[in-house]
Design a protein around this ligand. Structure first.
Ligand SMILES: NC(=O)c1ccc[n+]([C@@H]2O[C@H](COP(=O)([O-])OP(=O)(O)OC[C@H]3O[C@@H](n4cnc5c(N)ncnc54)[C@H](OP(=O)(O)O)[C@@H]3O)[C@@H](O)[C@H]2O)c1
Length: 334
């Protein structure tokens, strides 16, 4: 059991406090809803207070049963937890965001969600568990007007009291530049892939400068990511020799170095595991034995532009490669 008061906190733009580490709940097409929700129950018991959920992970109803049990025990009240969810890409249409949020609330058995994300910035979706070559012919490139229609619905959810904050995910600086001036309610956070070999320094700095909290997904380099997201040239963060050396110096698994680095750098990692020893160590490592300034400098050199969740299954007809999703030329790819 970790004293959750000792876990570092982030302050959102409106002063709300959020734990600086959370528990992921995407089973990567490998773990069942029962396995993931049982881990969420164990995680809350040992001190996690931020749980990162999403409609598309297919386990919010199981997690809801866990949350109900947790609150029944009365040791933890709703305000102690920070629960996120996300609208999936097939629910961006007019009226659909409200329906999707209502379904997540019903499944999670909550009156409100602390932070509700637009999971991807376009309405392109793939079948669950699809392979990497799968393409949906209805997919489209990013469109500011379409995105803002979705965002306006999210803003309405805040006004209705159904969600406390709203956020974006899988964004790029060109996309943020286009939409931020149009927002009536600013995003409180942005979920982005962040790990030692993919630090996204420019995006990280941009988000911090705009008081948008960077939440780092795949913080360990997602060693169990779905098969469709595994490519021969990918780097494995936890096998990088310098990282292994730092781990040896601290007598911990390299995964814990990734997590310590994330929290000390200033993002909020949301590592996933259903295994108690791992999720316990993931939380515990942020309150003890910090990395030295020198070690932080060494990890800075591990940047390899190693995007692992490339998103190729969201490509639209006529797109060249997954790079088109990430506006690598500095302008929005059309
Ligand atoms: N917004 C988005 O688009 C988006 C995209 C991807 C992910 N996410 C969120 O981010 C969360 C985390 O991402 P992720 O699951 O891709 O990657 P991750 O947390 O980097 O990696 C998870 C894997 O790392 C292993 N692991 C965890 N702790 C470990 C430890 N202490 N020692 C050794 N191995 C350890 C686990 O292996 P075992 O399974 O063997 O325990 C687990 O399957 C997701 O669950 C989801 O909530 C969001």
């Amino acid at each position: 059991m970790i004293d959750s008061d000792l876990v570092p906190k982030r302050t959102l733009y409106d002063g709300t406090k959020m734990p600086a580490i959370g528990m992921g709940t995407f089973g990567s097409d490998r773990y069942s809803a029962e396995e993931v929700s049982k881990a969420v129950e164990g995680a809350i018991e040992i001190g996690y207070r931020l749980i990162d959920c999403a409609a598309v992970y297919g386990n919010e109803d199981s997690i809801g049963k866990v949350l109900e049990r947790v609150f029944q025990k009365k040791e933890i009240v709703r305000e102690d937890l920070f629960i996120t969810s996300k609208v999936w890409n097939d629910m961006h249409g007019q009226g659909d965001v409200l329906l999707s949020c209502a379904k997540s609330l019903k499944d999670l058995k909550l009156d409100s969600i602390d932070l509700y994300f637009v999971h991807w910035p376009f309405p392109n979706y793939h079948a669950p568990g699809c392979d990497g070559n799968s393409r949906n012919p209805d997919s489209k490139p990013f469109c500011v007007e379409e995105f803002m229609k979705t965002w306006r619905q999210c803003e309405r959810l805040v006004k209705m009291g159904l969600v406390k904050h709203i956020g974006m995910s899988n964004m790029t600086i060109p996309k943020l530049e286009a939409v931020l001036p149009l927002c009536n309610i600013q995003p409180a956070a942005c979920e982005a892939e962040l790990h030692p070999t993919f630090q996204q320094e420019e995006l990280f700095t941009y988000l911090k400068a705009h008081q948008i909290e960077p939440i780092g997904f795949s913080p360990i380099g997602s060693p169990k990511r779905p098969d469709r997201d595994i490519f021969p040239d990918d780097f494995t963060d936890i096998a990088m020799p310098q990282l292994v050396e730092i781990a040896n110096a601290h007598k911990v698994h390299p995964a814990l170095v990734c997590i310590k680095w994330a929290v000390q750098r200033g993002q909020t990692p949301i590592p996933f595991s259903i295994h108690k020893d791992k999720y316990l160590n993931n939380l515990k490592c942020v309150i003890e034995d910090p990395l030295t300034a020198e070690e932080m400098k060494v990890i800075r050199t591990l940047e390899r532009n190693n995007r692992l969740i490339k998103g190729q299954v969201f490509l639209w007809p006529g797109a060249d490669s997954w790079r088109d999703l990430w506006d690598m030329s500095g302008v929005i790819t059309k």
